[in-house]
Ligand binder design. Structure first.
Ligand SMILES: NC(=O)c1ccc[n+]([C@@H]2O[C@H](COP(=O)([O-])OP(=O)(O)OC[C@H]3O[C@@H](n4cnc5c(N)ncnc54)[C@H](O)[C@@H]3O)[C@@H](O)[C@H]2O)c1
Ligand SMILES: O[C@H]1[C@H](O)[C@@H](O)[C@H](O)[C@@H](O)[C@H]1O
Length: 335
């Protein structure tokens, strides 16, 4: 069986996903494209030698009989509308983060899925599929370092073009908010945001970096440095301090060089290169889950928890205080 896919949003990541679904993932075929910028769909068809039908109306693409499942990779504020439309059409939908830009929007998606009685939504939290994070999780599950007590993490990117307001939290740190609760099998109860001296090497008016502190139900203290204009590279760090040892996320493999009086390693620059294998695995799993008839990756509930966490962090950034993260009980549907 080939899963026929329609992709909404063919910008930077939409283009990447069309490429991987068409060239790398068995059992998938991209048959339909939609973007407000039609020329980006046309160039994808010609660059990847595809013959996908270009829809000018995203809702027509979602309803089309020729489309089995939808990938939403458009601008964040459009996600909620397209995911709800896919649920109404009874179709599987993979939605890039964020699931919705408000926690309330995520909650409504959960309600729609619960009413339909079937898990259809997967959210694009690809770090769970990254081998380095999986190795770190295995180390914690094996109790190698005892109970985790403190996490020291960093999310550094060279530049953040187009970033404004609180996007370092709502657009970037959402990856940490998802992957760390998955890593620890825990949930957050409170957040505080500390604002260090601003870098002078970013757009005027932007606060960068941030230090986000999270407290979990088990009492674990998490500190995440978000520095999205760090210039030197794309660098994701996660160190877990346990009762009897320390475990750190493995670095991406790179050749160790000794030359001209230096010992060096390359550091990646682009997020696409850091998580390429994770994106591939995420889509392999998604296609398998569609064939099996039930979405099983990061769920609408996970998208909701992340949105509640991001809201608390934004509030904490402006109040300077610890803010509570209040979650209702997780519905059995998402266990
Ligand atoms: N998982 C990840 O690591 C990751 C990486 C990058 C981006 N993303 C997410 O993917 C989404 C897209 O990001 P991007 O970097 O590709 O942005 P982008 O700006 O390059 O692309 C967004 C595309 O959406 C299109 N679009 C906007 N409104 C639309 C609408 N109403 N209908 C159809 N198309 C519409 C735009 O024309 C554009 O082509 C964002 O939500 C972003 O947070 C996730
Ligand atoms: O949209 C991107 C993407 O999600 C990357 O994985 C993340 O590290 C960036 O900071 C973010 O802006």
């Amino acid at each position: 069986m080939t899963v026929k896919i329609g992709v909404i949003g063919t910008g930077a990541i939409g283009r990447e996903h069309v490429f991987r679904l068409s060239r790398k993932i068995p059992g998938a075929q991209v048959v339909a494209l939609n973007d407000v910028n039609i020329s980006s769909c046309e160039s994808i068809n010609s660059d990847f030698d595809l013959d996908a039908k270009i829809f000018t109306d995203s809702h027509e693409l979602i309803k089309s009989d020729s489309v089995d499942a939808i990938v939403v990779a458009s601008w964040g504020p459009t996600h909620e509308e397209f995911v709800n439309s896919a649920i109404s059409a009874g179709k599987f939908v993979f939605c890039e983060k964020p699931l919705a830009v408000t926690a309330e929007g995520c909650r409504q998606i959960i309600d729609a899925e619960l009413t339909g009685g079937k898990r259809l939504v997967q959210v694009g939290f690809m770090r769970r599929y990254d081998q380095a994070y999986q190795q770190l999780k295995k180390c914690l599950q094996d109790n190698t370092i005892g109970h985790p007590i403190i996490l020291n993490c960093a999310h550094r990117a060279p530049h953040a073009p187009g970033f404004g307001g609180d996007m370092a939290i709502t657009d970037s740190l959402v990856h940490e908010f998802d992957v760390l609760r998955w890593l620890l099998d825990d949930d957050y109860v409170a957040a505080q945001v500390i604002l260090p001296r601003k870098t002078s090497l970013c757009d005027e008016g932007l606060q960068d970096p941030h230090i986000v502190q999270l407290r979990t139900r088990q009492g674990i203290h998490i500190s995440i440095e978000s520095f999205v204009n760090a210039h030197y590279g794309y660098d994701i760090q996660c160190q877990v301090v346990g009762e009897k040892g320390v475990a750190a996320l493995p670095e991406p493999a790179s050749v160790q060089l000794r030359e001209l009086g230096k010992l060096s390693h390359e550091i990646l620059i682009d997020w696409k290169d850091r998580f390429v294998a994770a994106f591939d695995q995420e889509f392999r799993d998604w296609i398998q889950s569609i064939k099996a008839g039930k979405a099983n990756g990061p769920s609408a509930w996970d998208g909701y928890v992340v949105a509640v966490t991001a809201d608390a962090c934004v509030k904490a950034k402006h109040s300077g205080q610890f803010e509570n993260i209040d979650l209702p009980p997780r519905p059995d549907f998402y266990q």
